[in-house]
Design a protein around this ligand. Structure first.
Ligand SMILES: [Zn+2]
Length: 87
């Protein structure tokens, strides 16, 4: 199984192409970010939780990924973990 590579914006710590962020129950962000287009040219997106690290396995259409990201933010209790550079 290959590791998903997610490029992050050094200024925000969010994935490059983030289009929305959801706040989980413990104030960690779940970032929804652009991930290309489907065969019809419609935007696709993926998501990652910056609290627990869980992420989508495949990019889906924006609306479907948005629902998944929002659902995860509503159930996740992971706290935001300090970045190594900030310690
Ligand atoms: Zn989480």
């Amino acid at each position: 199984m290959s590791e998903q590579i997610i490029h992050k914006d050094s200024a925000t710590g969010l994935p490059v192409g983030t289009v929305a962020a959801f706040l989980n129950l413990s104030s960690a962000l779940v970032a929804l970010y652009a991930a290309g287009t489907n065969s019809y040219g419609n935007p696709k997106a993926s998501w990652i939780c910056l609290g627990c690290g869980k992420h989508s396995h495949i990019a889906k259409e924006l609306g479907a990924s948005r629902i998944e990201a929002n659902a995860h933010s509503a159930e996740c209790r992971a706290i935001p973990w300090p970045q190594a550079a900030l310690v």
